[in-house]
Design a protein. Structure first.
Length: 85
């Protein structure tokens, strides 16, 4: 990760949390809600989310978004349909 990315990471609300909360082996709705609650109070939520979308992070909760939510954000419903037209 480039050095300019590290600055916002140091200010993340997740810094004092267990990494397993954000990168669980078996995600559950409860775990997801707990991780998102930490993200909701984070001062660098937007930077984190932008990084995850830009980098294509495949795993974990970043910026309050799950991998599935990030995929939907990057590839909205119907995006293939418009390309095929």
């Amino acid at each position: 990760m480039p050095l300019e990315e590290i600055g916002w990471l140091r200010r993340g609300a997740c810094r004092s949390s267990d990494p397993d909360l954000f990168f669980p082996l078996a995600p559950s709705p409860l775990q997801e809600a707990r991780a998102k609650a930490v993200c909701a109070s984070c001062q660098v939520l937007e930077e984190c989310r932008a990084y995850a979308l830009r980098a294509g992070e495949p795993d974990g909760i970043w910026g309050g978004l799950t991998p599935q939510e990030r995929r939907r954000s990057r590839f909205p419903a119907g995006w293939r349909d418009s390309a095929a037209s």
